[in-house]
Design a protein around this ligand. Structure first.
Ligand SMILES: [Fe+2]
Ligand SMILES: [Fe+2]
Length: 278
């Protein structure tokens, strides 16, 4: 059980005044006196500038966790490792897969940028931790590992493929999230949640013995969610009843509106510079 958890959004698709903005996501978690960086944004420039502007010292980060291998979560890795040269990096081995988004036959490369790939492969033995099952990155801060895809209405949320021709669907097996145990309940932090929000919350619920959900943060990737999936998502959230929902990054404007309509003031859209304490 963690006595105090602080979550600071460093990179997001929205930003408070004076901070840099990009399509990407990075969050600093301070838990029990330890620092964890969850994702690194698309460019180190935005991560570095916002960390400086917010006075967030990354040098003490001991664990970095990659939610998945997309460029907008991994691109800032060289800068992150330059600032925290001793950190271990936790990720699913699938983060290195080459991957594309293919819309109307037009492929766009969206995998991990080469510089991030090089930075990770250059890590000394033991500093790259492969996550294939739930595991704590530091005491009390758990990585889900791969999330079983049980809900029939959830999918990865986009036209994702392992080849530019768009013939091999990318199921994003590397997608993972974090959860933290606080006295008031569990705090869940997602990256893009390509595994699905309901699937992710079910895993966390099973692993935490059904403890109450205190807060839910992150990219929920509901941009392409159909009505049925959205309705089931709302139903799940009503049942779990978190006191705070912070949709960020790739949740989608329409989905944020639906969440606000359903949960009112419990929903606070995230932005770089946002900070919450538990
Ligand atoms: Fe993303
Ligand atoms: Fe993604």
């Amino acid at each position: 059980m963690l006595k105090e958890v602080t979550i600071t959004i460093l990179v997001d698709n929205l930003a408070r005044e004076g901070l840099a903005v990009e399509h990407g996501f990075a969050v600093l978690v301070e838990a029990g006196g330890r620092k964890i960086l969850f994702d690194t944004g698309q460019t180190g420039a935005v991560l570095g500038a916002n960390a400086d502007a917010l006075g967030a010292d990354l040098s003490g980060v001991e664990a970095m966790v990659l939610s998945h291998g997309h460029y907008d979560h991994t691109g800032g890795m060289p800068l992150a490792l330059a600032r925290a040269p001793g950190a271990a990096v936790w990720c699913h081995p699938g983060v290195f897969a080459p991957r594309w988004s293919v819309r109307d036959g037009q492929p766009r490369e969206i995998g991990m940028p080469p510089a991030a790939r090089e930075a990770l492969t250059a890590l000394p033995d033991g500093r790259l931790r492969r996550v294939t099952a739930p595991v704590p990155a530091v005491p009390g801060v758990w990585i889900t590992g791969p999330v079983p895809r049980l809900d029939p209405f959830e999918d990865t949320g986009g036209p994702f493929f392992l080849d530019p021709g768009g013939t091999k669907p990318d199921l994003l097996p590397d997608d993972l999230s974090l959860w933290m145990e606080t006295p008031e309940g569990t705090v869940v932090l997602t990256g893009c949640c390509h595994a699905g929000l309901m699937n992710t919350l079910m895993l966390v619920r099973n692993r935490t013995g059904g403890r109450p959900l205190r807060a839910l943060f992150g990219g929920f990737h509901l941009v392409n969610a159909g009505d049925r999936r959205m309705a089931r998502t709302l139903e799940t959230l009503r049942t779990l009843n978190p006191a705070l929902i912070v949709p960020c990054h790739c949740t989608g404007e329409a989905a944020v509106g639906v969440l606000q309509g359903a949960f009112g003031e419990k929903v606070t859209p995230g932005a770089a510079g946002g900070m919450m304490r538990f």
